[in-house]
Ligand binder design. Structure first.
Ligand SMILES: [Zn+2]
Ligand SMILES: [Zn+2]
Length: 493
């Protein structure tokens, strides 16, 4: 009897343990709105040094004392010239760069070398109103739109340590998605993947499939890499006068009259003959410094990070590897090779599998701005940071300030569709997904300004029950012009 009682007691205990667990597993929400996860890009949230200690401070984005940097650099230039020894200047450049970025660096295995950590938020955005309430643009302005759409308790922000291997990060992303699903009681999520977040999402699809993802909207996405990172790693360092001043036009004060004046001034400076010689000298100096300083700076900072290697495009990878992957471990190299062969070279196939799997896809790519003007590819259209050819998944884009030319014919046929922009700048037929790729002229990288029509486009993409195309909504055809003062989005005709 005693035995029977104890067995019964044990049974009761077991059942009482199981009930809450299974009740939790079965938690389901019938609100009709799937949770939305913002997959952040580089720079959306800060990195801290010595987090949790009394020395805790923001390390990235860096707070640079411009006056001190300029003073030190000028001193080094003066000494270098006076003593005819370029190594003084190159040592200074390396030292300044190391002060600003050095501790972000990784060790030979691609793991953070210092106590510098990224910010992450495990709970829903209902617990972090301060992050998005007053956000002016970019990721957190989008988070606010998402919160208005589905409720802040159904919106999450996934921010990874973008320095480390995206394949390692994909494990964390999978766990994050599973946790969001169990917390909200839904079976699938929608992703808004910004910049580096697009590359993380692509990697996640490859490592885990898109089974848990209903919709993925890629904004200013880096899933196809960045031309200038590969170029820099391969030793292509050029500062072009025209590209440099065109790129400066990317930055706006927000005051229409001032921007107009500055725009005209920069246009003039871009072609001013007086500046040809200083730029030539600067480039000669740059070339001389390249081996001594640029390589050392990159080798100590960006090139130590597997995440940065995942940006390198296939055609520059071998040269970049030869120049910049000299101190890293065999495992580092094997991981970078794995990424190149299985993800970088197969991005289209990976996304096609996601599409076949029922995941709705959309790509929003910006143009009519420059790119970081430090390599020979800086003459192309971009969003102030990334090249439009990359964020669009392979569009054919005229050089900045030019058109594809009179009589240009669409490169690929696509069910009788016209994929040429009326301004003559873009042929979208060569995109991986010509029918799901939107182009917005005149907006910067992830520049979803507060209260702008871009949020309406996003709302439409996020609330649709079926795969949307550039032909489904007359308000949002393939090519759109943004007016950043009026906050409107109008079809380019
Ligand atoms: Zn719900
Ligand atoms: Zn088409």
């Amino acid at each position: 009897m005693k035995k029977l009682l104890s067995v019964l007691l044990a049974l009761c205990l077991t059942v009482s343990c199981i009930i809450p667990a299974s009740a939790q597993e079965e938690k389901s929400c019938d609100c009709g709105s799937l949770p939305i996860i913002m997959v952040c890009g580089v720079g959306a949230l800060p990195f801290y040094i010595d987090a949790g200690t009394e020395n805790e401070a923001v390390y990235f984005p860096p707070e640079v004392n411009i006056g001190k940097v300029v003073f030190e650099a000028l001193g080094a230039i003066f000494l270098s010239t006076f003593l005819w020894d370029l190594s003084i200047l190159s040592d200074k450049v390396v030292e300044i760069a190391h002060d600003i970025l050095g501790k972000l660096g990784c060790d030979e295995n691609g793991l953070p070398a210092y106590n510098v950590t990224h910010t992450s938020y495990e709970k829903s955005m209902a617990h972090h109103k301060e992050l998005y309430e007053n956000a002016e643009s970019a990721e957190f302005a989008i988070v606010r739109t998402a919160a208005e759409l589905v409720g802040a308790d159904h919106v999450y922000c996934y921010n990874c340590d973008w320095r480390v291997d995206p394949v390692d990060n994909s494990k964390k992303m999978h766990a994050f998605i599973e946790r969001v699903l169990s917390e909200t009681g839904h079976e699938k999520v929608k992703l808004v993947a910004c910049s580096m977040g697009g590359l993380q999402t692509l990697t996640y699809f490859n490592e885990y499939t898109s089974d848990l993802v209903d919709t993925a909207v890629f904004l200013s996405s880096a899933h196809n890499g960045l031309l200038f990172v590969g170029n820099l790693f391969a030793g292509d360092f050029v500062l072009d006068q025209y590209d440099f001043f065109s790129w400066l036009k990317t930055f706006k004060t927000g005051k229409e009259s001032t921007d107009k004046f500055l725009g005209k001034l920069l246009d003039r400076l871009a072609v001013t003959k007086l500046l040809v010689i200083p730029f030539r000298l600067l480039n000669r100096l740059g070339r001389a410094l390249n081996e001594q300083a640029v390589e050392r700076v990159l080798k100590n900072t960006l090139a130590t990070m597997p995440g940065m290697w995942s940006f390198v495009c296939s055609d520059t990878y071998p040269a970049a590897k030869q120049l910049m992957m000299t101190e890293q471990s065999e495992q580092f190299e094997a991981d970078a090779d794995y990424f190149q062969q299985n993800i970088r070279a197969k991005s289209k196939e990976i996304l096609e599998s996601a599409e076949e799997n029922g995941t709705k896809l959309a790509f929003v790519s910006h143009y009519d701005k420059g790119v970081v003007p430090v390599t020979s590819d800086a003459c192309v259209h971009g969003d102030g940071l990334i090249e439009t050819v990359c964020t669009s998944g392979g569009a054919t884009v005229a050089d900045y300030g030019k058109t594809l030319g009179e009589g240009y014919k669409q490169a690929k046929e696509c069910s009788d569709h016209n994929h040429l922009s009326a301004d003559g700048v873009i042929d979208a037929s060569t995109c991986d997904f010509p029918d799901y790729t939107w182009f917005v002229r005149g907006v910067g990288h992830v520049g979803f300004n507060k209260d702008s029509d871009q949020h309406e486009l996003l709302r439409w993409l996020l609330t649709s029950d079926s795969q949307q195309t550039v032909f489904d909504n007359e308000r949002y055809p393939q090519f759109l012009q943004a007016d950043i003062n009026e906050m409107t989005l109008t079809p380019i005709q």
